[in-house]
Write a protein that binds this ligand. Structure first.
Ligand SMILES: [Zn+2]
Length: 370
């Protein structure tokens, strides 16, 4: 069988890495393919923190056939002793002749040292193949490593006329089942699902991952449920009662700038309280994100009302918008998408649409701030 181009094997490694989309955090999603004489002899992907890295799975499958082979990895092999031994050493010991990486590891504990260790052992090393795809897959991990902040994705559902709820607050089921399944998968891939008191009080929101609505196979569903996102409620004045469905649905973290005396009642039910600086009852969102990154959050999904989502937008904290658009008009008295008090056209927030696709009868727009 004639050998395929390097890119084809790297594309396969990326496909394997994507299986970890819902379960590897705080670790990155990584895939590995080992090829000898034009044949794939080993494949692996990282499933969960604490479990073997992609390279280890692939080397195990390849066995003796790894000798003289080329290993394609979507991220530079690690060189440090974490919870598992360094993969760079495993590749050297297996006698691999060549290693192709999609990108360097942004982890300061690695960043080039893994590739260097391979090169020092006489292995041919190459980096940067399908790098854009690899970076997109781990945008959250990369941002956390490079900036100490998580990747912030804001999900919004709106009508064609840009409205999210009736004036009464009635907002359930704007979009159809396919869009709701897509939102479930956005939650499942996130380290943190973040909302505000308005949403929890008005919509009785739980922000949980519901396995039957994910639309994933049994293996990925099981993995997703082992690593559910942390549900974070931003509640500056502690307005949400413990009897709210949000708290009844499981342990959560409440970020508040309320006085210490008001906080005690939340600890009893197994919830965690995080004191964050703030002003006028508004939590400092930047400080909150720094804290979440310090806890290992790669991707934060914001599912909030116009005020909190608007605050993220105003502060320039949003990396990506996921806009679900339902083919209906809610009318001029309905509520707006974001609370953004702009006056002049020059103040308009500009976005670049990077993807648009149909989801059932609705549309899904991916946009990034310019
Ligand atoms: Zn490793």
């Amino acid at each position: 069988m004639p050998a395929l181009p390097d890119q084809a094997y790297m594309a396969r490694a990326l496909e394997l890495a994507r299986k970890g989309l819902y379960s590897t955090h705080p670790n990155p999603r990584v895939g590995c393919v080992i090829v000898r004489d034009g044949r794939i002899v080993g494949e692996g992907w990282h499933a969960r923190a604490g479990e073997p890295h992609a390279e280890v799975h692939a080397l195990r499958q390849a066995g003796d056939k790894a000798k003289g082979a080329t290993a394609y990895v979507t991220l530079e092999p690690c060189s440090h002793h974490g919870r598992t031994p360094p993969c760079a050493d495993a590749l050297v010991n297996a006698g691999v002749a060549r290693v192709v990486a999609a990108m360097q590891d942004p982890n300061p504990q690695v960043s080039g040292r893994g590739l260097q260790r391979l090169a020092d052992a006489g292995i041919a090393v190459q980096s940067g193949m399908l790098e854009a795809e690899a970076r997109a897959l781990n945008a959250g991990f990369i941002k956390r490593m490079e900036k100490g902040l998580p990747f912030v994705r804001v999900k919004l559902a709106m009508s064609l006329d840009g409205r999210t709820a009736m004036a009464s607050g009635e907002s359930q089921w704007i979009t159809g089942p396919a869009a709701r399944a897509a939102v479930q998968r956005l939650r499942a891939r996130a380290s943190v699902v973040l909302t505000g008191a308005d949403t929890v009080l008005a919509d009785q929101a739980r922000l949980t991952v519901r396995p039957d609505e994910l639309g994933l196979n049994a293996e990925l569903t099981a993995l997703a449920l082992m690593r559910p996102p942390l549900r974070v409620l931003v509640d500056g004045r502690l307005r949400v009662p413990l009897s709210a469905p949000f708290f009844q649905a499981g342990p959560a973290l409440v970020a508040t700038c309320a006085a210490a005396s008001a906080r005690d009642r939340f600890l009893e039910d197994g919830h965690e309280l995080l004191a964050v600086p703030g002003s006028n009852g508004h939590v400092d969102l930047n400080r909150l994100l720094v804290e979440l990154a310090a806890r290992g959050a790669n991707e934060v999904l914001v599912e909030a009302g116009p005020r909190l989502a608007g605050a993220f937008a105003r502060l320039g904290l949003v990396d990506e918008y996921q806009l679900f658009v339902a083919p209906k008009f809610l009318g001029s008295s309905a509520r707006p998408l974001l609370d953004l008090p702009l006056v002049r056209m020059a103040e308009a927030k500009e976005l670049k649409i990077t993807d648009i696709r149909a989801v059932g009868d609705d549309w899904r727009i991916t946009a990034v701030p310019l």
